[in-house]
Design a binder for this molecule. Sequence first.
Ligand code: SF4
Ligand code: SF4
Length: 727
Amino acid sequence: MGSYPCELLARQSSMPDLSGVPKFTPLEFDRPQDPRSIVNAMGEYHAMLDAIRHGRVNGTLAACPDDPVARAEHLKSFGYFADAAVVGTCLLPASAVLATPQRNPALERLADALQTRQTKTLAAGIDMIMADLKDSIKTPPAAIDDHTHAIVFMYENPRTPDADEVGTDWLRDAQDHRAGLLAAETAVVLAEYIRLLGYDARAHTGADADVDLNQLAVVAGLATVEKGGLSHPYIGTRFGLAAITTRFEIAPDQPLVPMQQQPTSAFGLRWQIGGGYARNASNAVPFAKRRFVDGAHPFETLKRVDNPTTYIDAPRVARVPKRADLFARAQFGDMGKPLQKGAAGGHYARKAAPSMAQRRALGAFVLLQDGAAADTRVQLPPQEAADLVKATSYWLGCDAVGISACPDWTWYSHDARGDVIDPPHDQAISIIIDQGFETMEGASGDDWISVAQSMRAYLRFSLLGGVIAQQIRNLGYSAKAHTVMDGEVLQPPLLLLAGLGEVSRIGEVILNPFLGPRLKSGVVTTDLPMTHDKPIDFGLQKFCEACNKCARECPSGAITAGPKLMFNGYEIWKSDSQKCATYRITTEGGAMCGRCMKTCPWNLEGLFAEKPFRWAAMNIPAAAPVLAKLDDALGKGSLNPVKKWWWDLELDENGGYLPAKAPVNARSLQKDLDLKYEDQTLAVYPANLAPHPYPYPFPMDREAGIEAYQAMITADEYKLHVKNGTV
Ligand code: SF4
Ligand code: SF4
């Protein structure tokens, strides 16, 4: 249903007169006269989305419902999962099809640029994505004569930045481009998804389209023509559009009646005060009451400290090669044949259609995440640079942003090819993307949407972090976005340094006080000097000491129920990453896992009602055991079936998405399980057990890993060794 109460709006059963709908004005991303504009940095990313807005249709039809209503609801939910403000469906009106399709002029330049771009990624299946990308750019899409239906996505913008607002110099006249870019990402992913289900579908964006987006928005009930322009009753004109046309039969929505004829009840007390609706008059305009540079959450209220709340022995942190990443190890056969099979070609992501659809864009963006800096360097004082980066990131849609140094010890020792990394940048912009509360509510954490929850956040960072990196390069500085597909820094310590969270029991997951552990991160490294943030202390160490819920609920038993210990120079609750990766890659009842995030008491919706919990958890350390128990007693972290929108389909041997073979993971809380540290057998692979840096097998020695876990010591013991010179 989305977050706006669109069900209150009046609709019409007849087709409105489309002759009065203004023609859609294509978006242009080239502003050579204004090199500081963020619009320039968005250009290549938008062109990349345009390059993959069409593609191969799966030869095997998926076993999805035939009911057009169920299909429309499913696709709308997917759109809302991807943060669309409003999604509508319609039959494709002939008048909306353009006689001459709108082509993005940047596509040709992109095709040329890609000839020279290289990647060093170890990500499985990237070769397939690259081959497909070249085909896709070379082959112009055919006509959409046989498309019958359309899905239209409206993305809303926050308020327009004020003329003299701190950090917003790059954002002038860029609102349409921002919303258009976000809408394009979703339309491109969902069109790919429909094609994976076996039905032709094409995305249409603000820069590259075969249809008039304005006409589709009116017919699909997203907007009406008011004073010569398009307007939504709740959002007004603050939006951008993208659409999909397809042969996939879906139930159409009805067009809205003009604003004058809308009932007053649609704007009554419930809309004004928000009774039962996520979006209402009081919160309808994002950032209405906050500066962009500060972010949407009250980060300024957090206690800042000089050092992270967990000990890091920076001079002795052991750098490991990129090849030590567990998914790389699985892929090269270090963890045995079944895991190698599960990881081959990125099978863990391919086996669910939503994540497979996201992965195409994710792979394509790898080619854009690094590049040459412009010849002319724009001088920026460090504070101004930090403000510009933060305000722009928040305006684009990042959920939390922090800036820190990027010390050498946060870099891998060797890259994906086995070459030594000589850290090229000393500044880091760490960015957090929320995985989304609504879908997490309906999920078990390890079912058939789990992998898409991660991918959605990874993809959003690849896009927004990539735009930030490109912007910095446009100003003459070196910058690289480190994404899930291709990254050369360890992100958790950078998140700690940038004040984006504290170490949690989950292990390598940094927990943010406003988003909980329900996040994915990405980092942009650069040589642009910026003012740094400081680490935060919101009492999480005490909380996690008193709470064991993630360890209890982890289906693989990977999370320690014991104390924090020293690992590679970091004090953390070290989890058994091998157990976790094995479960994520091989689970048969779903695809991947994030159950620890789902069940954590800090997995909060962000409601006002949760304020007392957050306040008590942050200010009264002694309350942690009670709060953790209360969370259990309220059944938080269990399944909410109302929120389940996805289909339990699994890739079969013939390439089709058919009903999942094994029973679907749908776990309830294990409140009676009394997990004891002494009953756990955990393994770790510190630097001395890390593989060589090259892309060849290096079998894991689990016995040695178990011994290594047992040999880990507390930070206090470790510090004594440092003092005595025995480390
Ligand atoms: Fe799942 Fe791994 Fe978290 Fe355990 S630690 S709940 S296996 S993601
Ligand atoms: Fe910490 Fe409890 Fe969350 Fe685990 S579930 S990360 S122990 S608060």
